[in-house]
Write a protein that binds this ligand. Sequence first.
Ligand code: GLU
Length: 423
Amino acid sequence: MSDDMNELDTPTFRLAVAQFDQAAERMNLDPNLRQRLKIPERSLIVSVPVRMDNGTVKVFMGYRVQHDSSRGPSKGGIRYHPDVNLGEVAALAMWMTWKCALVGLPYGGAKGGVRVAPEQLSRAELQRLTRRYASDILPFIGPDKDVPAPDVGTNPQVMAWIMDTYSQQVGYPVPGVVTGKPLSIGGSLGREEATGRGVVYVTLEAMRHLGLEVEKASVVIQGFGNVGSHTARIMQEYGLRVIAVSDKSGGLYNPKGLDIPELLKRYRADGHRTFRDIKMGDWITNEELLALDCTVLVPAALSEQISHKNADQVRCRILAEGANGPTTLEADQILTEKGIFIIPDILANSGGVIVSYFEWVQDAQRFFWKAKDIQDRLQEIITAAFHRTLQFSMAQRATMRMAALMSGIDKVAQAHLARGLYP
Ligand code: GLU
């Protein structure tokens, strides 16, 4: 990593840059462009003071990084998590750029975050935090500039507060400033489940490609947030047996298959959200979960979960990356040598931003689509991206990850070359 990037130098950013370097090397990318695409266009750091319910003021660190806007307004989620830092946000923003280009959305990439444990805040504190953070980044976002969305630790309600704060400032309602909003203010049908649904569509395509039968397949999912829980439910709707799920405290394993709707009901009813007391299978650790023998493993939690430490133990046929950056560079190589078919994050989890795009288009047109249209168009776009990537990977004798990165980066490079350097 060069000295210009010291501020960003964290494990997650190093992973994103190392992936980029590998792809750029293989593509023989112009060295001038290489440097340009490594460093984000704009990085904003804000301190977010919040009056807590007990009257004290706490200050939280907030970020918004816009990695690239050569192909359109930048797009990407906002994460609330205690480990958020500038380097992580910059890595996630870079992945958004490749993801949007790979699937063909007219967007660049961005990401935001606040270093906070949202579950420790009251609803009122969360609202004050969100509105202040939104005010702090307000000059840099907008439907034609940069469009936030939910990510780890945020949800439609948080998006509603951002939309309201922005609209109050400019003086008229601007639904298109964020996606992943509630339906009542211009959200889209199918947005909440979209990432999970996309994971299922590409997994089914991969199984078909590898000649694997749905009836015999088993699925293991790490993470039971927005991505993991919807992936589990929709996998089961398509006839796949989900044998294990987990959250950060641990998971449940039942080789006969878990009844996901029942599990969801009990998990949500629980209030404190743990699988520990739900007696539907054996209680296992996340380490054990990642080592289960299965057809499909879906990491749908945080980054760098599969590393050189545990990659050897992974025993799936397909790795469908619901999370962003779940596999380190070393692990990627180990899994590839083991013959595991990897559907890389920027492809596997692109369903979320694809339906965000639908939401933004619907907001701009003030014309809303039916759920069926959303599902069909999502399936069409993500399936086409899967097959383009597969063809390219076979033609280039490259892994699916390398093929996906190369296609995404190539589209961004073409946009840079067409637009040129200003002045
Ligand atoms: N946070 C999601 C992602 O990482 C969605 C981003 C969006 O919809 O803009 O892809």
